[in-house]
Design a protein around this ligand. Structure first.
Ligand code: NAD
Length: 557
């Protein structure tokens, strides 16, 4: 990766409160959210402008960052700022209802869409990697990951275990940046988990931050504890130090089958992510440095052994799913021909939600006051009294999750729900129940905003996994509907060449104009999820389209 001279990098924290320096609230919100992405509480490596996800950045370099801030402060309410891979390239006269910022990050013509070409351009200073919400200024820290992971396990509970993971044991691996959310998410869904992690410092960190409850001495001890909690119907998380490529096959040998099995080690990267099995007198880092080919071969062999064991446990009755880390693909490359016999998490548990336009709706209080978020929590609990999953998530989240940077919240809402929530927030700003405007956005991992054949669009009913017309239409619809800022990215989540996706952010500042923008944006954006799935032949999506009044000419709806 490129080396930056960041010796003079400033420490960034977004301004708070109801006073603004920009000429409109949207410009002010964009500026604060860019800054919030780089807040040391929020970003992984703020000095290098890296927010999360390997090297997902908020701006191309510090000069570009300062130029963006300066430009947002002078931007008029009928102008639009264009950002090309983290660099502000133009201010154009548009109109009042247009987005104030349009961003494009890491996009390459398909034949050139490789990490090699991207790295060349990155090093030449011509591009940056935007990941998903890093380059589109709407990252909200760990809460976003925890909630998505909870949705997945709650989806598994609905599909296989009568609505709760109570009395079940999940076995998984990886307690890293994202994987570390697994034990708490399983617990929230009512279940017991054993998470295997090779690095003791990761286990310690999750214990300290209460994402993990306890650590077992060895595998037998872990199984014993898990069985005890399972029998008592107690939700509890257990960590286990070890290599998944050894531990998971040992479960097969011990003839012990968990209820659910998955994995979130960094299998997407066989050189720097997934650790091969080593002997006690071997140092993996030295092996990687001195014999990279041997190291990589052993990592592949380990992933093959790991996946073979998952497949065997699946045969014995465990519900197995891939958690978007490309482990199956690596195992297939290492000779496990039937590696894809277990599904990815989207087709397994999330697609039904996508058919209803359900996905990650998030919001941020520009006041900086946590009370504003608690007020919105209460308002949503009242607005959606029958949504059991939302009720349990918001009730739990409200008193357990530490805010990072500007106070923020996330929950999953669907088509004709998000617009209601957004309008309610706008009313609350207007009548003073909230102290300052609320930024409303979402992940790019959403119902109608991404094409990613090994993740969000895996195994589409009509085989249209790789069609990226849909995220492009989503990008266009967001602009036409009056988003505050709108972005189009390539390579988020799964890397260059594997995904294209769009991001939407809107603003509730209490004005009638905001109410209009919010109604259109937050109706049309999740509508894209419903219509994309209806078009692919999903009956649930077609029913939702009929029931909730979409107009889909080719389907006669
Ligand atoms: P990370 O690099 O921060 O953490 C990975 C962890 O796995 C590390 O703590 C590492 O020590 C551990 N590990 C590596 N090899 C191991 C082995 N053989 N046995 C046991 N532990 C091992 O990565 P992360 O941010 O937690 O993400 C993990 C993976 O999950 C990535 O591939 C990511 O792309 C994927 N992911 C997908 C989704 C999704 O699809 N929604 C969400 C989150 C993460």
């Amino acid at each position: 990766p490129p080396v930056f001279d960041n010796s003079s990098a400033p420490v960034i924290r977004a301004p708070r409160g109801p006073q603004r320096t920009a000429k409109g609230w949207i410009q002010e919100a964009a500026k604060r959210m860019l800054m919030n992405n780089l807040d040391p509480e929020v970003a992984e490596h703020p000095q290098e402008l890296v927010v999360y996800g390997g090297r997902g950045k908020a701006a191309r370099n510090w000069a570009a960052f300062h130029k963006i801030v300066e430009t947002l402060d002078r931007l008029d309410n009928d102008e639009t700022l264009l950002i090309q891979s983290g660099k502000p390239v133009a201010v154009l006269r548009t109109h009042e209802f247009a987005p104030r910022v349009i961003l494009a990050n890491s996009n390459l013509v398909p034949n050139w869409a490789t990490w090699e070409e991207f790295d060349r351009l990155d090093q030449a200073g011509l591009m940056m990697y935007g990941q998903m919400t890093a380059g589109s200024w709407i990252y909200i820290g760990t809460q976003g990951i925890l909630q998505g992971t909870y949705e997945t396990f709650a989806g598994a509970a609905d599909k296989h275990f009568g609505g709760s993971l109570k009395g079940t044991v999940t076995v998984t691996a990886g307690l890293g940046g994202m994987g570390g959310a697994q034990p708490l998410a399983v617990k929230l869904a009512g279940g017991v988990s054993i998470t295997v992690e090779v690095d003791p410092t990761r286990i310690q960190k999750r214990l300290e931050t209460r994402y993990l409850d306890e650590v077992a001495e060895n595998l037998e001890d872990a199984i014993g504890r898990a069985e005890k909690y399972k029998a008592a119907g107690e939700a509890r998380s257990i960590g286990l130090l070890g290599n998944a490529a050894e531990i998971i096959p040992q479960l097969v040998e011990l003839n012990w089958t968990p209820d659910l099995i998955t994995d979130q080690t960094s299998a997407h990267d066989p050189m720097w992510g997934y650790l091969p099995v080593t002997t006690p007198d071997e140092d993996a880092a030295v092996l990687r440095k001195d014999q990279p080919e041997v190291y990589q071969k052993r990592a592949y062999d380990a992933m093959a052994a790991h996946v073979r064991a998952i497949l065997e446990l699946q045969k014995r009755g465990a519900v197995a799913f891939d958690y978007g880390n490309n482990l199956r693909q690596r195992a297939r490359e290492a000779g496990v021909e039937n590696a894809f016999d277990y599904p990815g998490f989207v087709p397994a548990f999330i697609r039904d939600s996508f058919c209803e336009g359900r996905g990650p709706f998030r919001w941020v209080a520009l006041s900086g006051d946590p009370e504003d978020i608690y007020a919105t929590d209460r308002a949503l609990l009242e607005l959606f009294p029958d949504d059991a999953r939302l009720q349990s998530w918001l009730t739990y989240a409200a008193d357990q999750i530490a805010f990072q940077g500007l106070p923020a919240r996330i929950c999953w809402l669907g088509y004709r729900e998000r617009d209601r929530a957004a309008r309610l927030f706008n009313e609350m700003v207007a009548d003073g129940r909230l102290k300052a405007p609320i930024v409303i956005g979402r992940d790019h991992l959403d119902a109608g905003s991404v094409a990613s054949p090994y993740r969000e669009t895996e195994a589409m009913l009509d085989g249209s996994d790789a069609v990226s017309d849909w995220p492009l239409l989503n990008f266009g619809v967001g602009i036409a509907s009056g988003a505050a800022w709108m972005s189009f990215h390539h390579g988020g989540g799964v890397g260059m060449g594997f995904s294209q996706h769009s991001g939407l952010v809107a603003l509730a500042d209490g004005t009638p104009e905001a109410a209009e923008r919010l109604s259109r944006c937050l109706t049309n954006d999740p509508a894209m999820g419903v219509l994309r799935h209806a078009d692919a032949g999903y009956e649930r999506a077609q029913d939702v389209a009929r029931e909730r009044g979409l107009d889909l000419p080719s389907l006669g709806i």
